[in-house]
Design a protein around this ligand. Structure first.
Ligand SMILES: Cc1cc2nc3c(=O)[nH]c(=O)nc-3n(C[C@H](O)[C@H](O)[C@H](O)COP(=O)(O)OP(=O)(O)OC[C@H]3O[C@@H](n4cnc5c(N)ncnc54)[C@H](O)[C@@H]3O)c2cc1C
Length: 595
C-alpha cells in the first residue's frame, strides 16, 4: 500500500518496474499511470546492497529505493567490509575466519554479476573495500548537495547484532556529515524487510514476535493457515544512475572490483577458493547462476517431483535443490522459488515433494524470525533457554572434527566434503553438529564459528539457529543422533563415505561405517589399519539400547525411522516415544498460498 502511494507520484518513472507474468507490481504500476500527479524528486537515494540481497528481482529494499528516487535514479553501492573479509577478520572465540576464501569468491562473483545486471538496465554499481559507514559517509560528503539535505540510504533489514551495529554506525556517520543532528537519523537511513517467504508484517504474532513459538511445528501450522506468500516483484525494466552527481573520485568505484588478494587472502587461499563444486555442480555466485540453478533443478532436470524422497541424500548434485548458497546471498528470492513451484504444480504435477521444498524454505524463515525474537541469545553457550550446561573445550577433539579425522566415517566424510567444497547436506550437518555438541560435549559455538568460516551458504540465522537448536539450547526435544544408525540408514552401501575417505575404499560394507569392528587381520587385508591409515575413534561409539532417539529425526525433518541396527524395516519401532510421534505428525503435508 505504501509502495502504491509512492508510485502514484511518478507518472512516468525512469526507474520503471515490470513483472514477467502480469501480477504483483503490475497492479501498482497501473495505478501510477492513471495518476494525475507529475514527477517530483524527493530525495537522493543511495541503495546499499548488503550480503543478503544481491539481486534485482523481487528485492523489496531495491524496489523502495527506486520508488523513492523517482526520476533522479538511485546510486547503488556495495562495500566489502574489512570486518568480514580477509585473514584479519576473525571470530572472537575460535579465531575462525569470518568469511573463508571460497565464500569470499562467491561474494565477488555475486557482486560482479550484480554490477553487470545493473549496467544492462542503464545503471551501475559503486564498489568499495571499506567499512560501509566510512564509504557511505564519504559519499555523502563528496556528493555534497543534494545528498546533505535530502539524501538517504536504503538497505535490507537484518536482525542480528553485528549487522544492526553496522546500520547504526552508518546512521551516525551520515548524521555527522549532514550537520550532526540536523536531520533525524530515520531520514538518513531506512531498512526494508526482505529475504523471507512470508513478510514480517503479515505474521500472526505481536510486534517483536514475543508470542511466536520457539519450535517450528506450531509456527509452521499457524503461519501456513493464516498467511499468504506475496507474489514476487520482477526486476526493474530500466534504471538511471545520477552519474553527474558523482565526483571523479567516486566514479572510479564504478569500475573498481577487488581481488581476493586485495581483500586480504593469501595466494594459497586464492587457489583454495577455486574449488567450490560438488559433482558437476559448480557454485558460481550471482543472480544469473542462481536463476539458472532454479530453472535447471525444477524444470530441466525435473527433480521437484521427487524432492521429498531424495532430500536426505548426501552424494551427488540433485538429491536436494542446492539453492542455499544463492539464497544466503540474496541471489535468489524464496518467493520466486515458491512461485516457480506453483507453476510446476500447474504445468506438471502437484505432490508432497512439490510442497516440501516450500516447507524447507519455511524453516529458513523460522530461523530469521526466531533470531529477531531472541536477539543475541542464539549466540550464547546456554542458547535461548539460558541453560547452565558447562560445555567442554578440548582443542584436540575440535581439531579432529574439523579435519575429518574423528574415526567416525560418516562424520569424517561430511567434514572433508565441507572443507573441499564449502557444502554439506542437511543430513550431514545434523549429524556432525550432534556429534560435536552431544557426543564430544564440545562447546557448540566452535562448530558454528567453523561453519561460518567454511560454508558457502552461511547465513547467520540458519547457521546459528540450527546449531543452537542442534545442541539442545532452544528447548524442545533433544536429538542425540546415533551416528552408526544414521550411516546405515542414509549411506546403506557406504558409497558416500568411500567417496570422501579413500582410506576406506577397500573396506567392505559390513565394516565401512564401523571400522573399529575389524580385526587386525581384516585391517591388513582391507588396507585400512586403525591408527595408521584411518583414525581410532576419538570417542566411544554410541549405541543406545533399542531404537530410541538414535534415529535422530529433527523436528520432523528426515525420513521416518527405519528400525535400528537390525534394519528390520517392516516392524513398527516399539521404542517410538511421544517426541517421535510428534515429529511424525510434523511430517504431514501442509499447504502454502500465493497471493
Ligand atoms: C548445524 C546446521 C547448520 C546449518 N547452517 C546453515 C547455513 O548457514 N545456511 C543455510 O542456508 N542453511 C543452513 N543449514 C540448513 C540446511 O542444512 C541447508 O539449508 C541445506 O542443507 C542446504 O542444501 P539445499 O539448498 O540443497 O537444501 P534443500 O533441502 O533443497 O532445501 C531448500 C532450502 O530450504 C532451506 N532449508 C532447508 N533446511 C533448512 C534448515 N534446517 N534451516 C534453515 N533453512 C533450511 C534452505 O534455504 C535450502 O536451500 C544448517 C543446518 C544445520 C543442521
Amino acid at each position: 500500500m505504501v509502495l502504491a502511494l509512492v508510485l502514484c507520484n511518478h507518472a512516468t518513472p525512469v526507474n520503471s518496474l515490470a513483472t514477467p507474468n502480469g501480477d504483483g507490481l503490475k497492479k501498482v504500476y497501473t495505478m501510477s499511470t492513471s495518476s494525475k500527479a507529475t514527477t517530483a524528486t524527493k530525495s537522493l537515494v543511495v541503495h546499499w546492497f548488503r550480503l543478503g540481497d544481491m539481486r534485482l528481482h523481487d528485492n523489496p529494499a531495491l524496489q523502495k529505493s527506486i520508488l523513492l528516487a523517482g526520476n533522479q535514479g538511485i546510486i547503488p553501492v556495495f562495500c566489502f567490509d574489512p570486518r568480514i573479509f580477509g585473514n584479519q577478520a576473525q571470530s572472537r572465540l575460535g579465531q575462525e575466519l569470518k568469511c573463508g576464501p571460497k565464500r569470499a569468491q562467491f561474494v565477488l562473483e555475486s557482486v560482479a554479476d550484480l554490477r553487470a545486471n545493473l549496467e544492462r538496465k542503464g545503471s551501475g554499481l559503486l564498489v568499495a573495500h571499506a567499512k560501509p559507514e566510512d564509504f557511505l559517509g564519504d559519499l555523502f560528503e563528496k556528493v555534497g548537495e543534494p545528498a546533505l539535505t535530502n539524501g538517504k540510504v536504503i538497505c535490507q533489514e537484518e536482525v542480528c547484532s553485528e549487522e544492526q551495529a553496522v546500520v547504526r554506525a552508518v546512521q551516525n556517520a551520515l548524521s555527522s556529515r549532514c550537520g550532526n543532528g540536523k536531520r533525524p537519523k530515520a531520514t538518513l537511513l531506512q531498512t526494508v524487510w526482505g529475504s523471507t517467504l512470508y513478510d514480517l508484517e503479515d505474521l500472526p504474532y505481536m510486534a517483536g514476535l514475543t508470542d511466536m513459538p520457539d519450535t517450528f511445528t506450531p509456527f509452521r501450522n499457524k503461519v501456513e493457515k493464516k498467511c499468504e506468500v506475496k507474489s514476487p516483484v520482477a526486476a526493474p525494466n530500466s534504471l538511471k544512475l545520477p552519474k553527474e552527481l558523482l565526483p571523479s573520485t567516486l566514479q572510479s568505484h564504478l569500475t573498481y572490483m577487488p581481488t581476493l588478494l586485495d581483500l586480504g587472502y593469501t595466494s594459497e587461499q586464492v587457489e583454495e577458493s577455486k574449488q567450490k563444486s560438488i559433482g558437476n555442480l559448480e557454485f558460481v555466485g550471482g543472480e544469473t547462476a542462481g536463476l539458472n540453478r532454479m530453472k535447471d533443478y525444477i524444470f530441466t532436470q525435473d527433480r521437484l517431483k521427487v524432492y521429498f524422497d531424495t532430500r536426505n541424500g548426501m552424494l551427488g548434485d540433485d538429491y536436494s535443490s542446492k539453492f542455499a548458497p544463492w539464497l544466503a546471498h540474496g541471489n535468489l528470492s524464496p518467493r520466486l522459488i515458491a512461485q516457480e513451484c506453483k507453476r510446476y504444480e500447474e504445468e506438471r504435477v502437484a505432490n508432497k515433494s512439490t510442497y516440501w521444498l516450500i516447507f524447507e524454505l519455511l524453516w529458513r524463515d523460522f530461523f530469521k524470525f526466531f533470531a529477531l525474537k531472541q536477539g543475541t541469545a542464539i549466540f550464547f553457550p546456554g542458547g535461548t533457554v539460558g541453560s547452565d550446561k558447562q560445555w567442554k573445550h578440548y582443542e584436540k577433539n575440535v581439531h579432529a572434527w574439523k579435519q575429518g579425522k574423528t574415526g567416525f566415517p560418516l562424520v569424517d566424510a561430511n567434514m572433508r566434503e565441507l572443507a573441499a567444497s564449502g557444502f554439506m547436506s542437511n543430513r550431514g550437518r545434523q549429524n556432525v553438529c550432534s556429534f560435536l555438541a552431544l557426543e564430544l560435549n564440545q562447546d557448540w559455538r566452535y562448530g558454528a564459528e567453523y561453519f561460518e568460516n567454511i560454508l558457502l551458504d552461511f547465513d547467520v540465522y540458519s547457521n546459528w539457529g540450527n546449531w543452537c537448536s542442534g545442541a539442545g539450547m532452544t528447548g524442545g526435544r533433544l536429538n542425540r543422533f546415533n551416528i552408526v544408525k544414521q550411516s546405515k540408514d542414509y549411506d546403506q552401501h557406504g558409497d558416500y563415505v568411500r567417496h570422501w575417505l579413500p582410506e576406506l575404499k577397500n573396506v567392505p560394507k559390513e565394516f565401512v561405517h564401523e571400522p573399529w569392528k575389524m580385526t587386525q587381520f581384516q585391517q591388513m587385508e582391507y588396507g585400512c589399519r586403525l591408527g595408521v591409515d584411518y583414525p581410532i575413534p576419538i570417542a566411544k561409539p554410541y549405541y543406545p539400547g533399542g531404537g530410541g532417539k538414535g534415529g535422530g529425526e529433527k523436528n520432523g525433518k528426515g525420513q521416518p525411522h527405519k528400525g535400528g541396527r537390525n534394519n528390520n524395516r517392516n516392524k513398527p519401532n516399539p521404542n517410538r516415544g511421544r517426541g517421535q510421534r510428534q515429529d511424525m505428525k510434523s511430517l504431514k503435508e501442509g499447504t502454502f498460498h500465493l497471493t
